[in-house]
Every structure is written in structure tokens, then in C-alpha cells.
Design a protein around this ligand. Structure first.
Ligand code: FPP
Length: 234
């Protein structure tokens, strides 16, 4: 069976799910955070090695102050509740994104989770926090240019050389990207890394995205014919 090594998820629909139940949008984010644990465990059991989730984008600052503050406090709730379990399960937590713009305490909690799990070799749970793919690429270009100016790199890097300047330098390319809640957009997520990924859009919102829905997506993935630009054997 074709294995999906790296799964990326755009966890959309928390707000709409909560509103539909007469709750505040933030209630959806809370259930959504708990669901990250459920799906990380399920993904690990299904053989996925890298799970990259979109927790906060560089565009999400446009939301109300209340909602932004809530989203900034969620990592602290999340890791207090689940970090020990993640360690016990051998998960390695890693961050991608521009962490310098986050509130001091949020950044501290995220870096602590990375540090505590850095020797683990199980599932790599990668959290995209203040992440934007265009910013990632621009930062990579600037970093490469300054390396050239300082004589640390030479002109003419290839694709692999460029990828080594991205936040995701230690991860394999994304095999499958799933977006929940019916929208069919990429929203500035992992643009370089999904060059040959399969894309699946599901109707379920993120709080409704269960282990069974994940299984369904992986079954669909195994049926896809991935040719990476080549030609199928005749
Ligand atoms: C998009 O749904 C979701 C977000 C912007 C936040 C996602 C964050 C989590 C699920 C929590 C993860 C946290 C940690 C610490 C792992 P939306 O609210 O924009 O949905 P809508 O389209 O219905 O408004």
C-alpha cells in the first residue's frame, strides 16, 4: 500500500462549527485543539511520520483581538494537558513559522515543547504558528542572499539547496494535504512543500474530523496515481 509519510492539515471550520451550536467561535478552537491530539495519535497509528498542522497563519492577526488572544493562549493549555502523553508516545514537537512576532509567553511555551521532545524519534508533530508560506520563501531568499554576500554560500543553488533554507528543511515533501470544512483553497500554506502533494478537501469541519474521516482520506490517497510528472508504466 502506498504510504503517506508526511500529512499536512488545514484545520478549518472551528468558528462555524461553534456558531452552529450557539457557542462562541473560541469554543470551536478549544475543541479543535483537543482534536489535534486525537488525530496525531490516529495518524501515528496509521504510519504517518510527519504531521504538519496549521494553527495560526500570518494573516490570522486580522481577527478580533479576543480571538487572537485566545489562539495565543491555546498552546499553553494544549501542552499542559498533553505534553507528558506526547513524550510517552515518543512524539517530537516542532514549530514552523515566524515565532519572533508571538507574545513572549506563547513563544516560550512553544520552544519548551520543542526542547522537551527534541530527542524523540516517533511522530514529528509540526505546528505552524504565525506561519505564511510566502514569508517563509522570502525569508529563505534573504537568508541565502546574505550567505552569498558573506561568502558562506555560492551562487547557483538547486532545489534541494533552496529547500535547506525553509523552516521545513528537516522534513520530507508533503504527500497529502487535507483541508476541512468545504473550502477549496491553500491559504498560503506550504506552497513549496506541496509541489507534488495530493489534495483532499472534506466537508467535515475540524472539530468533526474524526479518526474515521482520516482513514477515509488515506484510503482515497492510496487510490491516487502519483506520477510526479513522469509517465505511468505501459
Ligand atoms: C480555522 O478555522 C482555524 C484556525 C485559524 C485555528 C486553528 C487552531 C486550532 C485548531 C488549535 C490548534 C492549537 C494548538 C496549540 C495545537 P476558523 O475558525 O477560521 O473556521 P471558520 O472558517 O469556521 O471561521
Amino acid at each position: 500500500m502506498k504510504q503517506c509519510k508526511h500529512l499536512a492539515i488545514i484545520m478549518d471550520g472551528n468558528g462555524r462549527w461553534a456558531k452552529a451550536q450557539g457557542k462562541k467561535r473560541t469554543a470551536g478552537h478549544l475543541v479543535g485543539a483537543d482534536n489535534v491530539r486525537t488525530i496525531a495519535i490516529a495518524a501515528n497509528e496509521m504510519g504517518i511520520e510527519y504531521l504538519t498542522i496549521y494553527a495560526f497563519s500570518t494573516e490570522n492577526w486580522k481577527r478580533s483581538q479576543d480571538e487572537v488572544e485566545y489562539l495565543m493562549k491555546l498552546p499553553s493549555y494544549f501542552f499542559k494537558k498533553y505534553m507528558q502523553e506526547f513524550i510517552d508516545r515518543g512524539f517530537r514537537i516542532r514549530m514552523i513559522g515566524d515565532l519572533d512576532e508571538l507574545p513572549k509567553n506563547t513563544k516560550k511555551v512553544l520552544l519548551e515543547a520543542e526542547e522537551l521532545s527534541k530527542d524523540n524519534t516517533g511522530l514529528s508533530l509540526n505546528i505552524a504558528m504565525n506561519y505564511g508560506s510566502q514569508r517563509e520563501i522570502v525569508q529563505a531568499v534573504n537568508h541565502y542572499a546574505s550567505d552569498v554576500l558573506e561568502g558562506k554560500a555560492t551562487l547557483g543553488i538547486d532545489e534541494d539547496g533552496f529547500a535547506s533554507y525553509l523552516y521545513t528543511k528537516d522534513f520530507p515533501p508533503v504527500d497529502l494535504m487535507i483541508r476541512t470544512s468545504g473550502e477549496q483553497r491553500i491559504s498560503n500554506y506550504l506552497l513549496w512543500q506541496i509541489a507534488y502533494a495530493e489534495l483532499i478537501f472534506v466537508q467535515e469541519s475540524w472539530p468533526e474530523f474524526t479518526e474515521d474521516v482520516l482513514k477515509r482520506c488515506l484510503e482515497e490517497y492510496t487510490k491516487r496515481d502519483r506520477r510526479f510528472g513522469g509517465v505511468k508504466d505501459e
